[in-house]
Write a protein that binds this ligand. Sequence first.
Ligand SMILES: [Zn+2]
Length: 158
Amino acid sequence: MAVAFVADAMLGRLAKWMRFLGCDVLYFRDIDDRELVRIARAEGRVLLTRDRRLPEDFSVECRLIDSENLDEQLMEVLSEFPLPGNASRRCMRCNVSLEPVEKQEVKELVPEYVYMHHDLFQRCPMCNSIYWEGSHIRNILKKIAMVHHGISELKKPG
Ligand SMILES: [Zn+2]
């Protein structure tokens, strides 16, 4: 079973990109610590937080996120909890698995440039958003692959 997560209110961007990479991540814009901890415990989710007091105040499995940079945050989480190889992409908004969709079907739904340069598209069954693999996600995946192979880049001091 893949690890599931719940992210605190400060980690909205991280939560969205983790979903696109295939992680099950709950995220609520307005939620207090007590409720976050309750969900993490009840559903066996790892709590992602930037708040150092949280693991001290509550006994719950947490992963503290140090960086404010999205790529680094992703690396922090995914180096500890590797993505399952068969993880299917999830909607960044709805956290449900995406479904493949034929290229012809999205012609009127995506920018022309995107349509010309991509062949694989997926759709969210809940909100109907169309997704494709952009260069940002490819760069992140490349970095993660490097971490998994033990060639992690040296962190800049400070
Ligand atoms: Zn959706």
